[in-house]
Design a protein around this ligand. Sequence first.
Ligand SMILES: NC(=O)c1ccc[n+]([C@@H]2O[C@H](COP(=O)([O-])OP(=O)(O)OC[C@H]3O[C@@H](n4cnc5c(N)ncnc54)[C@H](O)[C@@H]3O)[C@@H](O)[C@H]2O)c1
Length: 256
Amino acid sequence: MEVRLSGRTAVVTGGASGLGRAIALRFADEGAFVVVGDVRREPREGGATTEELLGDRGQFLEADASRWDDLDRLVSTAVERGGRLDVMVNNAGIAGRYSKPLLETEEEDWDAIMAVNLRGVFLGCKRAVGQMVEQEPVGEVRGRVVNISSQHGMIGPPGHVAYAASKGGVVNLTRQVAVDYGPRGVLVNAVAPGKILTGSPEQQAPETLAYSHARTPFHRLGRPDDVAGAALFLASDDSGYVSGINLLVDGGWMAY
Ligand SMILES: NC(=O)c1ccc[n+]([C@@H]2O[C@H](COP(=O)([O-])OP(=O)(O)OC[C@H]3O[C@@H](n4cnc5c(N)ncnc54)[C@H](O)[C@@H]3O)[C@@H](O)[C@H]2O)c1
């Protein structure tokens, strides 16, 4: 079977669980060597760890995506292994207890979300693009960045001020970096997931599920593999002329 990332190296932040885990495993299935960073090892949804499932197709490092030194270690590990970094996936993101309406949001909530969701993507782009512009192109492309944004970066989702602002920042950061580094052969895109079922079923609030079903025209909510497929497209030669986009994977949420 032909694989689409044969001989490529990739970094995925937040790859112990959920979407990052699905992306890392899909990339490895397609022949990439995948360096996964996360602040935890065990998947939030349970089951075997990403590290176990990757085996010798990748490496897991404890790494906080809001810290330059940790992103540096992730990229350096990929470069040591493959001589280059082909794909950077800035996926790590948080919301949870920090995500509230404006008047309930304390400065600490804002800073916690921004540190991972926006500063982390900025630092990940900076470290990855710095590497990519120094390496020889494969075909016409020196490297590819895939940022994980959200449909909530394009609208005002009720009750999530810092999260929405952070994801809106990711959408425009993606465009901006695509513009600055396209001339040097770096393709930079985002994937905007709609409601994707991650974590364990007990972690899903019934009111959030009901809202998501009401907003999603397709007859089911998303699966992590739906997002992995879009990330694979943007990571592979299939998307050779695609840059600066925010690819919705949302079952039609934003068309509503
Ligand atoms: N699931 C959805 O419906 C959905 C929708 C839109 C956007 N997203 C975005 O997709 C991304 C992944 O979401 P998910 O649903 O898989 O979440 P998840 O909580 O299931 O997994 C996120 C992973 O990131 C890790 N992480 C958290 N903070 C980190 C840090 N500072 N450094 C490194 N790793 C860290 C967590 O430990 C966890 O393993 C996030 O950016 C999220 O905002 C998700």
